[in-house]
Ligand binder design. Structure first.
Ligand code: ZN
Length: 273
């Protein structure tokens, strides 16, 4: 695999996908997401692979989408006369963000995310698609995009992951959950000391790899299917549209800059002119 920020290694039936961009707290650019998707595809194709581990290098799991542009703007949303438009931005996020999270969730092999430090906003779109999540005791989960006038990230699994009331509190206050709180609400399987994150994840991967892969595949299919029957995928699709009402307002008011302050400043300027 030819990649700048993502490593892919296999050993004894376990594939390890490593996002290695610690200098930017593993923020996700379009290139990073494409490289991650290539690694997921590789694990899917490799017949020797029975379980996939997703991990990142550095203090924090992921700071979310790279809001600095990340140097590869050409891979991002199409602009019309230099400006974002509602339709091209929706199209870009559907292909470039939502599609990946949905696809990784639905790959047939079991997966485990190992999370340390901060997992902010779209960081959740890396670990949520995984079947199991092991968190270091210093992990913190948040989706503070309410501060940018947005309801939540593109892959809106919050009510499913946190439970409705916890999800509301988290989003209404732009606050974070500790690893232990995330475990209490069922989002995280296990919390381990930071120094044991890698070894415990490897141990769990090894025990899954020792199982009958067909049985594991069927169990995954049965559980994801049950969650879908409860409305998960329809809810994700509907909430992506709601997410884009947030972007549409920002595009109308500020040309796309998703910031409440920028929105308010632009509205005030218009009202005064
Ligand atoms: Zn978005």
């Amino acid at each position: 695999m030819d990649a700048e920020f993502v490593r892919y290694e296999t050993n004894d039936g376990v594939a390890v996908i490593t996002l290695d961009r610690p200098q930017a707290a593993n923020a996700q650019t379009p290139q990073v997401l494409r490289e991650l998707d290539d690694a997921w595809s590789e694990s899917d194709k490799d017949r020797e692979v029975r379980v996939v581990v997703l991990r990142t290098v550095g203090k924090h799991f992921s700071a979310g989408h790279d809001m600095q542009g990340g140097g590869d703007r050409a891979l991002g949303p199409q602009r019309v006369d230099g400006a974002l438009t509602v339709d091209t931005y929706y199209d870009w996020e559907e292909r470039g963000y939502l599609h990946y999270a949905k696809r990784w969730r639905d790959l047939v092999k079991p997966s485990i995310a190992a999370v340390q430090g901060k997992c902010i906003a779209a960081g959740l779109m890396l670990c949520w698609p995984c079947d199991l999540i092991i968190a270091a005791d210093n992990a913190q989960f948040s989706d503070p995009v309410g501060l940018m006038g947005m309801p939540g990230i593109e892959f809106f699994a919050h009510p499913w992951e946190f439970g409705p009331r916890r999800a509301k509190q988290l989003l209404f206050t732009a606050s974070a959950l500790s690893a232990e709180q995330a475990r209490e609400c069922g989002m995280v399987n296990e919390v381990v000391p930071l120094g044991q994150l890698e070894s415990r994840t490897a141990e769990l991967a090894t025990s899954i790899a020792a199982m009958d892969p067909w049985a594991v595949r069927l169990a995954k299919r049965a559980i994801n299917g049950a969650v879908d029957a409860m409305g998960f995928s329809n809810s994700i699709a509907a909430n992506f549209d709601i997410h884009h009402l947030g972007h549409a307002r920002a595009i109308a008011h500020t040309g796309g800059q998703t910031s409440v302050m920028a929105d308010l400043a632009a509205m005030k300027a218009r009202n005064n002119s």
